[in-house]
Design a protein around this ligand. Structure first.
Ligand SMILES: Nc1ncnc2c1ncn2[C@@H]1O[C@H](COP(=O)(O)OP(=O)(O)OP(=O)(O)O)[C@@H](O)[C@H]1O
Ligand SMILES: [Mg+2]
Length: 286
């Protein structure tokens, strides 16, 4: 089982979009995939269709999400919290997040084992999954730390714009503290697969003249690899996440991965390429 965190401390660069659609693409290659949402915004939880209630009094996630996994050493194994999601076919297991994560962050910080517990709970599902993808918050908080301590690999999605680039300096500083912690617990440093260009404009002039410069800056100025695959800005990607369904007269979110929504679209093909690249780079055949 290989664990991949998708992280950048800049918001809105395509982390959640990458997690959800990459999960679908890897699942379709026959791998057993687990998705974990570690962001209190719970965007992956929404994007995988786990939020089936329209009114918070029917919230069935509050008592069974990643927070319970992190709070209890003894109870709440991953197998009890993960839910089957059909945002993609075949189904994918997803551990949801909840807005409560925010409220309990300080409690968890004072719990000695909170940074280790995900590693322990992964051991119990080692034989159930091939790939685990973790979505993270756009911050340097405890939940981002937990993800980066537990993961084997890191993908850094970025729109390659100036603020995202400046954020890479923070990411690198953060990784230093993470790797120092990992060393204490005898874990190898996290392996950076690379910066994944996301939400890239398809404008001809931009692609021809500006994009090559933006790609060059990443290794030259920040010393990070850029991945081979590029995820361009495409309407289908935003649309498939916002699909809704009417149940009686209730509007229920019915999101899909772009590969399920439009298998022949350019966007679907980009995620298939990404899945191939990722599997190759983590040493798994596709
Ligand atoms: N390649 C793309 N083409 C079109 N829209 C995109 C693309 N990638 C992301 N988006 C849209 O941009 C917005 C932000 O994307 P996303 O939620 O994946 O970013 P994020 O990094 O997870 O944000 P946050 O830091 O808030 O968690 C979303 O509305 C999403 O639908
Ligand atoms: Mg997100």
């Amino acid at each position: 089982m290989k664990v991949i965190a998708i992280y950048h401390n800049k918001g809105g660069v395509g982390k959640t979009t990458t997690v959800v659609n990459l999960a679908a693409a890897i699942r379709k290659k026959g791998k057993r995939v687990l998705v974990i949402d570690l962001d209190s915004q719970a965007n992956t939880t929404f994007a995988t269709g786990l939020v089936k209630f329209d009114d918070e009094q029917f919230d069935d996630i509050k008592e069974a999400n990643i927070l319970q996994i992190l709070q209890s050493e003894e109870f709440y194994p991953i197998s009890e919290i993960a839910r089957k999601s059909n945002f993609s076919s075949p189904e994918i297991d997803v551990v949801p997040a909840h807005i409560d994560l925010m409220k309990y962050e300080n409690d968890l910080i004072s719990l000695d084992y909170s940074r280790m517990i995900l590693i322990e709970k992964f051991e119990e599902v080692e034989n159930q999954y091939d790939v685990v993808l973790i979505d993270t918050p756009p911050s340097l908080n405890l939940y981002a730390k937990i993800a980066l301590i537990a993961a084997d690999f890191l993908i850094i999605p970025s729109d390659l714009k100036p603020f995202a680039n400046q954020g890479l300096v923070n990411v690198k500083e953060f990784l230093k503290t993470i790797n120092a912690y990992r060393k204490q617990i005898r874990k190898q440093p996290i392996e950076i697969i690379g910066v994944l260009p996301c939400k890239i404009s398809t404008n001809n002039q931009f692609v021809k003249h500006t994009l090559p410069q933006r790609l060059e800056v990443i290794p030259n100025r920040y010393g990070l690899n850029v991945m081979d695959t590029i995820i361009y800005e495409r309407d289908d990607l935003a649309k498939c996440a916002e699909k809704i369904q009417m149940v009686g007269n209730l509007e229920i979110a019915d999101p899909m991965s772009v590969i399920d929504f439009k298998p022949e679209s350019t966007s679907a093909q980009e995620f298939e390429l990404l899945a191939k690249e990722v599997l190759r780079k983590i040493g798994m055949s596709s």
